[in-house]
Write a protein that binds this ligand. Sequence first.
Ligand code: NAD
Ligand code: GDC
Length: 331
Amino acid sequence: MVKPFYVVAGGGGFIGGHLVAELRRRGLGPIRSVDIKPTSEWYQCFEDVENIVADLKDLANCRRACKDAREVYCLAADMGGMGFIETHKAACMLSVLISTHMLLAARDAKVEKYFYSSSACVYNADKQKSEDVVPLKEADAYPGMPEDGYGWEKLFTERMCRHFTEDFGMYTRVARFHNVYGPHGTWEGGREKAPAAISRKVIEAKLGGKKEIEIWGNGHQTRSFMYIDDCLKGIDMILHGNVPEPINLGSDELVTINGLVDMVEDIAGIKLKRHYNLNAPKGVNGRNSDNTLIKKYLNWAPSIRLRNGMEKTYKWIYDEYVAKYGSTAKR
Ligand code: NAD
Ligand code: GDC
């Protein structure tokens, strides 16, 4: 019997919500979206999708999620920006219950294809000490010294995916996402990552008449930021391509955090005094994606320019902010 379902675990989240929307756009279905949050808190929720609210740390819920599944995208994890993962290391490691139970349930349901969202946080910290960072190749995950908590769970689950393929013949694919951003994601509350956080802070200053913005770290930290549309294309190509090992899925457009702030201020039409909080969560000093392997396997790599993606992201957050707090917000 053909197993019809396309299952998105973590479908109430940022990337998961976009993935459900993308599967719908492609006319694929039926789709099942599963998340621990009530649907009222999902970033994107569709009536023609089977939406399930369930805790996927629980094996029985994973079996329910994977029933009659053709493809499973495991994106569910307790995660966020550095403000979250530096202060919730045990909680991030407990995502291993989701990762493990989803793999067991998918194996037993004999799903055809299984995708797991890993992270650039698996990379060895010693290779990310300089802002002038050499782009990270996939081999740089070893010797293992990933981000405390969160990064270890991701690296452990990458290896579990490999062993489920070796021992059980399960079709698994793993992508290491590099800081993904875009509309319909977290922009306040502590889990937000830098692109959304900086956008929100600039909007707050612009609407609140403030002249200063707080930046975490000294602003010289470097990152690459991948727009959600590149992430979705990459997920599809990696899942359906011959990619037998964990692979970078990230932009190779390197920016400093100061450069990101310059860009957002230019989009907002405002210049602010910068207060650098050196005690705030900083993560690594430098991180960029080496896209040699993805170009070798897929003849493609993320290419949406940061400016283009940030203009869309800033506008969406601005509209969300005004809708929630009004246009003369003095928070
Ligand atoms: P997100 O937090 O928006 O989405 C994750 C979703 O998982 C959330 O909606 C959350 O409610 C859900 N979830 C958490 N625990 C759950 C549980 N026990 N049962 C069911 N659902 C649960 O995050 P995102 O940015 O969309 O990330 C999606 C995936 O990609 C995650 O695995 C994340 O680690 C990975 N990733 C994201 C980035 C990024 O920059 N966004 C970078 C690297 C890796
Ligand atoms: O939070 P993040 O986007 O995560 O931070 C990037 C850089 O931006 C950090 O050096 C941080 O100090 C700086 N920064 C400056 N101001 C702010 O207001 C702010 N808020 C935030 N959040 N950051 C600020 C991420 C993980 C993800 C995922 C990706 C994979 O680490 O948090 O879970 O794994 O990596 O690439 P980042 O890039 O350090």
